[in-house]
Design a protein around this ligand. Structure first.
Ligand SMILES: Nc1ncnc2c1ncn2[C@@H]1O[C@H](COP(=O)(O)OP(=O)(O)OP(=O)(O)O)[C@@H](O)[C@H]1O
Length: 706
């Protein structure tokens, strides 16, 4: 067995305990030194270079990473500590002001950020701790894997390290400094779920993200180029024109989708990239490809931290460092390649050939059935149960967990504490000159955000709106109404049916808008991709043309089949009334959707509302009790109905030329005037409902949904 283990490379190291962190001390010290050197190199670059201005600072190094990566692949490389071995020095370039940016490109790599955390605890409520004091570090050029069984605390730790969630106690330092808002732009986070628009292509997805996320110092063309470079870097060229796809739409593969999510984050060239289970649900070859991409990215000076569930042995070999978590505690921290030796040294090693990752997760799960267990544990069980058989049955997860924890405290934790912390280094200009850099410099202007969002929303919704089902629903309803009231002329019933259909149809369509997009909205707002007002305005405007096309088809069909008033004025006014009704109904739908952000709840309230509006609107009940009559004034159905009747049954004050229906009690009771009040009421509703929807969206704790 010993031989088998040796052959596999993770055999028992017998007596001496391997201390994974001991081996790192020297390296991590060197890392810190190198990082400081790198920082100094940057600081010592020619003055003119640094004066290529605060404004262009971040932007220029964004473009530059590509040149840098090119340089790395052709002329040099990053070592494990994130130092770039550059092929060119700043002095290789002329002191031409126009070449300022170019020079920056070749001088500035990804700003290396080392992550160090000590005794990080995380409490979710009262005394429920999810993490019980985790320590470790990750350096530029490295991929740190957080591994462990389900519920071990991987995602929680990742969220804390990325600054998305506040920790309860302990410390997390980025180049020796605590988290600040300015770090946000240096951090990329790839969530476990792929939050992407299903109907956009890969190219559209990344281009829109580039247009929205990249700083304004870049031109539109440069932003698009950047998106294309990311596509190339991630090997997505072949699928760039394919749609992303989703539950109901076939699209690119899971691996490609994950790469698009990674691309979304690396557009901004983050120094720290966090990924939550980037390989879950992928086959081992695709997973390996993703991790290979992460490794390549790390080589450009990024610090990469990823959670991983059950990697294959080939994949496991790709990680530089590893934290093994079990029940919210750290069971191992050190080089991934030394994990097996460490566990062997404390008496835990597999008796059969197995994937090291599988073995480690089994250990963290307390499952050591086909593994020899350490003598200390054996003694413990022996003492408790007295017989070998019972002893084996009696082993519990808690005992094994405690044993591994004690071994960790004895062998690893103490040495982590001994490692010198990274000397605080400036992370970016905002830290250097607090408050002097305008955060708005980073983002596109309101107008640009609006136009990009309109275009994106239009492309995404185009497919949704003109779905076969939806067109069938509208056309079929129009034909049925047309046939039922075939050439019946200006029928009251017909006006009623239109008002009902166009009352509930847009309302029930609009309630889905915000709940459906809430995860995307939360994700994009969390990284400050755009202003809420730009999103809201864009969503309203981009919906309009689409929402008016189907009603037009409907109205034309019904109007002529039923044989309504054949005059241009009557047709146009009917059309306008229906449009007003649609936009008002939509506003109400948006408000209900934004108020709940939950489709089920929103649908329930929308059903109750529309029923109340219709009943009070005058179609079914002519005599509404006076204490309930106020409802009709906030009902767009009521105003639509009155306007439609007014158009189809005009009555003038001249009683001689008045048609006979003007004397009917039904019409006289309605006391139809010129319709100005109805139009004003509808306009007020259109604006007020939308304002209300915006207020609800603003108040919504979107961060909790991300
Ligand atoms: N906000 C919370 N409230 C209550 N319990 C929580 C909260 N966040 C995390 N937990 C609990 O903490 C534990 C760790 O959760 P976490 O999601 O970090 O585990 P994980 O290792 O990422 O699991 P998985 O691999 O299944 O995603 C779980 O038992 C989870 O239920």
């Amino acid at each position: 067995m010993e031989e088998v283990n040796k052959e596999l490379g993770y055999g028992c190291k017998s007596s001496s305990t391997v201390n994974p962190e001991d081996n790192n001390n020297g390296e991590s010290g060197k890392t810190e030194q190198k990082m400081q050197n790198l920082e100094m190199e940057t600081d010592n670059s020619p003055k003119g270079n640094l004066m290529c201005k605060t404004k262009s600072f971040s932007a220029s190094f964004l473009i530059n990473i590509d040149d840098l990566v090119d340089n790395v692949s052709t002329t040099g490389s990053f070592d494990k500590t994130g130092n770039a071995a550059m092929g060119q020095s700043p002095s290789d370039h002329q002191e031409d002001p126009d070449s300022c940016k170019l020079k920056k490109m070749q001088v500035e790599p990804t700003l290396p950020i080392a992550l160090k955390f000590q005794e990080v605890k995380y409490k979710v409520y009262s005394d429920k701790y999810v993490l019980h004091g985790i320590s470790g570090s990750a350096h530029p050029g490295e991929v740190l894997a957080l591994m462990g069984p389900s519920g071990g605390g991987k995602t929680s730790l990742l969220n804390l390290l990325s600054g998305r969630v506040k920790f309860t106690s302990g410390s997390i330092a980025y180049n020796g400094r605590p988290y600040t808002k300015s770090l946000k732009r240096r951090i990329g986070f790839v969530t476990q779920d792929d939050v992407l628009f299903p109907h956009l292509t890969v190219k559209e997805t990344l281009t829109y993200a580039a247009l929205l996320r990249l700083p304004n110092i870049l031109t539109r063309e440069q932003k698009k180029e950047r998106a294309m470079k990311v596509i190339t870097e991630l090997g997505l060229e072949r699928s760039q024109n394919s749609v992303i796809g989703g539950k109901f739409v076939r699209g690119i593969s899971g691996g490609e989708r994950k790469r698009v999510c990674i691309g979304h984050e690396i557009l901004l060239n983050p120094s720290l990239l966090f990924l939550d289970e980037p390989t879950s649900g992928l086959d081992s070859t695709t997973a390996l490809r993703i991790v290979q991409i992460l490794q390549n990215m790390a080589k450009t000076g990024k610090t990469i931290v990823t959670t991983i569930h059950q990697p294959s042995s080939r994949l496991f070999g790709k990680f530089d460092r590893l934290i093994l978590l079990g029940k919210g505690s750290s069971l191992y921290f050190g080089k991934a390649s030394e994990a097996m030796s460490y566990f062997s040294s404390i008496g835990c090693h597999p008796v059969i050939a197995m994937n090291p990752a599988e073995f480690l997760i089994d250990l963290a799960n307390g499952n050591i059935n086909d593994k020899p267990f350490p003598s200390e544990l054996e003694e413990k069980f022996l003492l408790e149960s007295g017989s070998l058989e019972r002893k084996k049955e009696g082993r519990s997860y808690t005992d094994i967990h405690e044993y591994l924890l004690k071994a960790y405290e004895k062998n690893v934790e103490s040495s982590i504490k001994k490692t010198k912390s990274v000397q605080a280094i400036t992370i970016d200009r905002e830290m250097e000159f607090p408050g002097k850099m305008n955060p708005r410099e980073w983002e596109a202007t309101w107008g640009e955000q609006f136009s990009v969002l309109v275009s994106r929303s239009f492309k995404e919704r185009r497919h949704q709106y003109f779905s076969f089902m939806r067109i069938t629903q509208v056309v079929a309803t129009a034909i049925i109404i047309g046939l039922l009231w075939w050439h019946s002329g200006s029928s009251l019933q017909q006006a009623e049916d239109q008002a009902i259909f166009w009352g509930f149809f847009p309302l029930f369509t609009a309630i889905f808008t915000f709940p459906q997009e809430k995860v995307m909205l939360a994700k994009e707002r969390a990284v400050g991709m755009y202003r809420l007002s730009a999103y809201f305005a864009a969503r309203n405007i981009s919906d309009l043309p689409l929402d008016l096309i189907l009603p037009t088809i409907f109205l034309v069909t019904v109007y002529f089949m039923v044989g309504l008033k054949l005059s241009f004025a009557a047709f146009s006014l009917t059309m306008l009334t229906v449009f007003l009704s649609i936009v008002a109904a939509q506003g109400l739908g948006l408000t209900i959707g934004a108020a709940f952000m939950d489709i089920k709840k929103a649908t329930t309230l929308a059903s109750i509302t529309i029923m109340t509006f219709m009943l009070s609107g005058g179609f079914f009940l002519q005599e509404v009790p006076s204490f309930m009559s106020w409802v009709r004034y906030i009902s767009f159905n009521y105003h639509t109905y009155r306007l439609l009747l007014r158009i189809q049954y005009p009555c003038s004050s001249d009683s001689d030329s008045e048609p006979s229906y003007c004397q009917s009690p039904f019409i006289t009771n309605l006391r139809l005037d010129r319709g100005a009040k109805e139009v004003v009421a509808m306009m007020v509703m259109i604006v007020a409902y939308r304002l209300l929807a915006y207020v609800f969206l603003r108040k919504m704790k979107l961060s909790k949904m991300a």
